[in-house]
Design a protein around this ligand. Sequence first.
Ligand code: AHG
Ligand code: MN
Ligand code: MN
Ligand code: MN
Length: 336
Amino acid sequence: PVMEKINTNIVTLTRFLTEEQIKHKEATGDFTLLCHALQFSFKSIAYYIRRATLVNLTGLAGSSNTTGDDQKKLDVISNDLFIEAMRSSGKVALLVSEEEENVIYFKDAKNARYAVACDPIDGSSNLDAGVSVGTIFAVHKLADDSTGAHGDILKPGTELVAAGFTMYGASAQLVITMKGGTVNGFTLDNGLGEFILTHPDMRIPKKRAIYSVNEGNSLFWEDNVKNYFESLKQAPEGGKPYSARYIGSMVADAYRTLLYGGIFAYPADKKSPKGKLRILYECAPMAMVFENAGGQAVDSNMNRMLEVVPEHIHDKAGIFMGSYDEVEKVKAFHKK
Ligand code: AHG
Ligand code: MN
Ligand code: MN
Ligand code: MN
């Protein structure tokens, strides 16, 4: 029998982070330790999602969060797993989570220099059907003179030091990007218990005829938005109209868009004038990933998503993100 060629030179997330740290001479190793804690939270959340149906973790928790969503049992458990991972890293001074009304301050983390925002489970309405969901994270550095305050997290995405997400799909896919850097994708090898670099330097295709939006809201859309999506369904001379793909988990819709190209949108509308998706832990981290992969992300006013500064931690925005050319098209329709 022919022996399978085994790759013995594997780049794990741990190795990747160590190599990044060596490249940055000024690095203290704190950020690397924070990432180790992030990676553990992704592994444990993935583990409980996979076992949910077997151990009675499906369904509602019986509570709701600040933005009005009914919490699923897994929203609550994943939130707790994430919080404990961040607390125990000792590197996080404060944390904002979709599932927590207020900022959490880790007073015991004396020398912590980071502020983190997270969506523990994105797409939780899809959980019980076994459809892909994810975790989104965004990392800010504290101001030099700060020991951790509101202002360290109420910052525009342009100041993020790192952001990304993990999608729990057929496999767990972790996508991470750092300030001014490339976007790198890792796949969790369940046997090894390690995230392996499988998608180095991800670049979003410049254009692609796929749109991803909850069209059930079209009744409430502004005319610019209506006209834009309508135009995608008109086949140009000899061409084909766009395909529609909407999972209803932003992480999964975004991951597909990153790989295949196209546009993902959750516009502000007459029913939700401020949009649905939340700036700190949904819009900004995704915008950073898309920009660093060569795409674009704008809000419903066609302002660069990364420059939007939230006033409150759970503030929302409309969002359009995806391939460079597809977002250009959206902008053109809003100038009309
Ligand atoms: P979450 O599950 O974290 O509350 O986020 C839900 C979000 C996002 O995942 C998705 O893009 C969107 O809500 C789906 O909303 P609709 O059901 O209104 O389409
Ligand atoms: Mn929710
Ligand atoms: Mn979400
Ligand atoms: Mn969520």
